[in-house]
Write a protein that binds this ligand. Structure first.
Ligand code: 0X9
Ligand code: ZN
Length: 497
């Protein structure tokens, strides 16, 4: 591995004088003008209205000269970055007896924790190297399989595509931790009898490492020093709307679909593992649950199931103080070449994206720099959402994890303490929060949502049929790998063929 030498403080990119500002943008034309100044829109989904942007001193001067209506959110972001760095330098490295989730962890620590998890739970977990990044770092997964790996339907969890979105990495680790620590509890053991999990905490290790040693606000991989947005580099709809052909832009798509080792690694693993049936890709921020399509203003063939899952997830994730909203991805903004369009469209997985905390409404000044006391509560939210995905795959809703088994108080199995079920309730959504305007059939509950196939079936198992045709290329028949517990997914697979 080409491990980058730790950078001195002077090698770190400085954001001295850079401000996070809210800009009044009256029209799409004005938005194009604003972005033409080269400012970095936070959230990556600017629309006419109030747009938060990170602006350099010279960009701020131009905005002032041009008369933009600007409200400062953070006058100078550098002190915030410095404060985080100071805190991180003082943190106790993860080790036995130290709560792994007390703070954010750098790449080597994440990988060491994966190894520690596998060592602590050898009958449950193993570490798999999926491949290497552009700079030769390993892209690893924790495979959680009770009694050993087999062909049970498998939930795929990816995180850390966008380097600065550290809360996605911690949340994926938290989900892994909770499944291991609670594996003996009935709810968990039943779930683990039915499904396996493959959790990839850092899809983009080069970028993640760079956020620790070079530029805290780096997003992409490290291709040619400018980077490719891996979440625009996947092969479904590659090069379409919302993906730039300009390398310097934050949503640069790369030179071709799957031009990047990181996306190739994910693609090859998924294609080699037909037991994968469902996928969640973790990001921040915005408090959203997004479902395909993310590139075109059309309903996905499985819109009923996807939107119902998104509603159930968002509701389950909204019990811990934050409110999550389900939305078709494209209705947020088009993002052609994103990972879930590919895992759904090409590989046939039931695939969604979480945008974790904070919200984009009134908290975007925290952005990517969340306080460490957010790690467990946000992890609980991701866990709650993933329980809904498991419920979808197994075709039923397991009861909520035992009261008092988890907490939101900073504890974890690593620290040996217990926690309450926080947001990890598997109770089905009973009310729809909000749904995409283009979502026609979002069910109000997951257990009723499984009937929402539009195919007229009345049981939890959608009737067979072609479902109107997906148009998905290379969709594969994974049905041979799926147990009877995953009848819904089996049905999706059948209808997609
Ligand atoms: O732009 C992205 O890749 C994701 N958002 S982020 O702020 N984490 O960068 C969201 C992609 C979801 N898909 C669509 N919006 N279509
Ligand atoms: Zn992201």
């Amino acid at each position: 591995m080409l491990a980058a030498a730790p950078a001195e403080a002077s090698e770190r990119r400085s954001y001295a004088g850079w401000s996070l500002v809210a800009v009044d943008v009256p029209s799409d034309a004005a938005l194009a003008e604003l972005l033409g100044l080269g400012v970095d829109p936070w959230l990556e989904h600017p629309r006419a209205g109030v747009v938060p942007v990170l602006a350099s001193p010279s960009q701020q001067a131009v905005m002032a000269a041009e008369g933009w209506a600007v409200r400062s959110l953070v006058d100078d972001v550098q002190p915030r970055l410095d404060a985080e760095r100071d805190r991180l330098q003082l943190r106790v490295p993860p080790q036995p007896g130290v709560d792994y989730f007390a703070d954010f962890r750098e790449l080597d620590e994440v990988h060491a924790q994966l190894d520690a998890m596998a060592a602590s739970y050898p009958e449950l977990a193993s570490v798999v190297e999926l491949g290497e990044s552009l700079e030769g770092r390993s892209i690893r997964a924790l495979v959680i399989a009770a009694g050993g790996v087999d062909e049970r339907p498998t939930i795929f969890v990816t995180a850390g595509q966008h380097a600065r979105e550290w809360i996605s990495v911690t949340s994926s680790m938290y989900v892994a931790d909770q499944f291991l620590a609670n594996a003996e509890e009935t709810t968990y053991s039943e779930a683990l009898a039915a499904v396996q999990l493959v959790i990839v905490p850092v899809v983009n290790p080069d970028g993640y490492e760079f956020t620790w040693v070079g530029d805290r606000l780096w997003r992409k991989n490290r291709r040619d020093g400018v980077g490719v947005d891996t979440n625009r580099n996947f092969g479904w709809g590659w090069g379409g709307e919302g993906a730039s052909d300009v390398p310097e832009e934050q949503n640069y798509r790369g030179s071709a679909a799957f031009s990047e080792p990181e996306t190739q690694v994910v693609r090859d693993y998924v294609l080699a593992h037909p037991e994968l049936v469902a996928h969640v890709d973790l990001h921040s921020f915005g408090q959203l649950v997004l479902y395909p399509w993310g590139d075109v203003y059309e309903l996905a063939p499985d819109d009923a199931e996807l939107s119902a899952t998104a509603v159930a997830m968002a509701t389950a994730m909204s019990t811990g103080g934050a409110t999550y909203t389900p939305l078709q991805g494209v209705d947020l903004y088009p993002a052609a070449g994103n990972i879930i369009d590919w895992t759904y469209g090409d590989a046939g997985l039931h695939a969604l994206t979480f945008e974790l905390r904070p919200s984009d409404v009134d908290e975007f000044e925290d952005g990517f720099l969340l306080a460490p006391d957010q790690i467990v509560p946000v992890g609980e939210e991701a866990l709650a959402g993933i329980w809904q995905l498991i419920a979808f795959v197994t075709g039923d809703l397991p009861p909520p994890p035992d009261e008092g088994s988890s907490s939101g108080d900073g504890s974890s199995s690593s620290s040996g303490s217990s926690s309450d079920d926080g947001g990890s309730s598997t109770t089905a959504a009973t009310t729809s929060t909000s749904t995409s305007s283009s979502s026609t059939t979002a069910a109000t509950t997951l257990d009723t949502g499984v009937d929402g196939t539009g195919d007229g079936s009345t049981s939890g198992v959608p009737a067979d049929g072609d479902g109107g045709g997906c148009g998905c290329t290379q969709a594969r028949d994974r049905s041979g790998a799926i147990t009877g517990l995953a009848l819904l997914v089996l049905s999706l697979r059948r209808r997609r063929r």
